[in-house]
Write a protein that binds this ligand. Structure first.
Ligand SMILES: Nc1ncnc2c1ncn2[C@@H]1O[C@H](COP(=O)(O)OP(=O)(O)O)[C@@H](O)[C@H]1O
Ligand SMILES: O=C(O)C1=C[C@@H](OP(=O)(O)O)[C@@H](O)[C@H](O)C1
Ligand SMILES: [Mg+2]
Length: 180
């Protein structure tokens, strides 16, 4: 697999879930920049964020992304805010084929509201609904800027979305590697 397949998109769009699923099917290494940040920082993401704030987290996130450029190609699940920095947008494009998982706001909201995982809030003093609205407004153009492909996957099951991803990747197999 000579190049990476990279998922970008907002929180709850399924980057982590689909990254693992795709890695299994392709028998390729799976990287999640959030887990790489935790390894580099030596503490859970939520604690780093709480203790040192978002900017400190972003600095480690950029280092994690730079590290990826030196690793064996595989599937990369990014954190939803990785596109905020220009240097990261450049590095994402260098890594390989970037897929933006586009999911309607209502669906993101219901996944985030029901998820058991602890995710730090991105906006203070507003409802989760307003946070999701603001964050999408700010980042949607940035996801589109880095994406080779925008996949609208709202409403589809994990299995159906995985099939759709595989059908997008198949024609690219000369640069991505063998796709089943
Ligand atoms: N069709 C779907 N595709 C991806 N995730 C889904 C889907 N339906 C429900 N989910 C759930 O939504 C959540 C997505 O979270 P996650 O994979 O952590 O997203 P991200 O890494 O983009 O924040 C998971 O709990 C997953 O089980
Ligand atoms: O959108 C964001 O700014 C963030 C998304 C999270 O990753 P997921 O998109 O995988 O939830 C994680 O990087 C951190 O909590 C910040
Ligand atoms: Mg994730």
């Amino acid at each position: 697999m000579p190049r990476f397949v990279v998922f970008v998109g907002p929180r709850g769009s399924g980057k982590t879930t689909l990254g693992h699923a795709l890695g299994r099917v392709l028998d390729a290494p799976v990287y999640d920049t959030d887990r790489m940040v935790e390894d580099l920082a030596g503490e859970p993401l939520s604690r780093l964020w709480e203790r040192e704030g978002e900017e400190a987290f972003r600095a480690v996130e950029s280092r994690a992304l730079e590290t990826l450029l030196t690793l064996s190609p595989g599937v990369v699940s990014t954190g939803g805010g990785i596109v905020l920095r220009q240097e990261n947008r450049q590095n994402l494009r260098r890594l390989g084929y970037v897929i933006y998982l586009h999911v309607p706001e209502e669906q993101l909201l219901s996944r985030l509201a029901s998820g058991s995982e602890r995710r730090p809030r991105l906006r203070q003093g507003v409802s989760l609904e307003e946070e999701v609205r603001q964050v999408i407004l700010e980042r949607d153009p940035l996801y589109r800027e880095v994406a080779d492909r925008v996949l609208s996957v709202g409403g589809a099951s994990i299995a159906t979305t995985l099939e759709e991803i595989l059908s997008v990747l198949r024609p690219l197999s000369p640069t991505i590697g063998r796709i089943p």
